[in-house]
Design a protein around this ligand. Structure first.
Ligand SMILES: Cc1cc2nc3c(=O)[nH]c(=O)nc-3n(C[C@H](O)[C@H](O)[C@H](O)COP(=O)(O)OP(=O)(O)OC[C@H]3O[C@@H](n4cnc5c(N)ncnc54)[C@H](O)[C@@H]3O)c2cc1C
Length: 265
């Protein structure tokens, strides 16, 4: 059985946003690290591997350009068995909808997957949407905010979810998508041997063709929400008039007359 961990690279949590003269927003030259919440997902996958009888392999995947290797290397250094980077120029500009499609196609290609683990959210975009979207696409049981995996066998699992109201105990059939949360475990530091293994490991690249991704479902074409639409609101219609008079009382009188004329008051 495969346990898959999805991870992405994020800027270091101390990074500061930079805006260039053209208005482009970036994280500047801050160091790129594994998304901190994903360390809990990696740790849980490694703990589950020890708990489940039989041949279990932990595969870590990331959809992203070359910087994604930072996240994959960290996961391998922690103890994951293998890593796959998924990237194609066609994936640039993907929102959560398109990202979940790519990840789901890759998970299908890996095959024999019993569980897919995610971090709570990514610390940069932080939508928390990708895990449930992947579950929906694959038809796997979606469990988010999981603070404890109490029982697991080859067919089902019992988990505790941390909700605002308290803890909720749920049972779900496998395969499942599990969104982990802080407190589920204490992520290990990569060992010296682990870091050496990560340096020497191979990081195969799967492209759109490798996972059979349709062109209209990835990148900007496959995205419902485009950043340029969010950050470039439409031009305002209407006009503004500044009421200018010698005194405040006079300005107020002119303003009241105008509001009465427009039937606003
Ligand atoms: C170059 C670039 C261009 C972008 N353009 C757009 C755009 O045009 N429109 C838009 O809406 N968004 C855009 N994004 C943001 C992108 O859609 C989100 O980063 C992505 O969908 C994940 O959402 P999230 O970060 O909120 O993850 P969350 O849903 O908060 O993350 C939950 C879990 O999913 C994992 N996860 C998230 N993404 C990946 C991944 N790629 N591979 C593996 N695991 C992952 C996280 O590590 C975490 O464990 C862009 C990002 C980049 C880097």
């Amino acid at each position: 059985m495969h346990i898959v961990v999805c991870t992405k690279q994020t800027p270091d949590s101390a990074a500061k946003l930079a805006v260039d003269d053209a208005g482009h927003v970036s994280w500047g030259d801050s160091p790129i690290v594994i998304n901190p919440w994903d360390e809990y997902a990696v740790e849980e996958a490694l703990l589950l591997k020890d708990r489940i009888d039989g041949d279990v392999q932990v595969v870590v995947i990331s959809m992203g350009p070359e910087e994604a290797l930072e996240a994959l290397k960290h996961a391998i250094a922690m103890g994951c068995d293998r890593a796959i980077r998924i990237w194609d120029e066609a994936f640039a500009g993907s929102d959560t909808l398109a990202t979940s499609y790519v990840l789901a196609r890759a998970i299908e290609k890996i095959g024999d997957v019993g569980m897919v683990l995610f971090g709570k959210s990514a610390i940069d975009s932080q939508t928390g949407q990708v895990a449930v979207a992947v579950a929906r696409r694959l038809g796997f049981s979606p469990l988010t905010n999981v603070i404890k995996i109490a029982e697991i066998d080859g067919a089902s699992m019992t988990a505790e979810r941390l909700l605002e109201e308290g803890r909720q105990v749920v049972q779900a059939p496998l395969p499942a998508v599990v969104g982990t949360t802080k407190g589920i475990n204490e992520p290990r530091y990569p060992s010296f041997m682990g870091i050496r293994k990560a340096t020497r490991a191979e990081y195969p690249l799967w492209t759109a063709g490798d996972i059979g991704a349709a062109a209209d479902k990835v990148g900007a074409a496959g995205s419902g929400v485009r950043w340029e639409r969010i950050f470039a609101p439409p031009a305002r219609e209407g006009s503004a008039e500044i009421v200018a008079a010698d005194t405040v009382e006079e300005s107020a009188r002119i303003l009241v007359d105008k509001l009465l004329a427009e039937k606003v008051i």
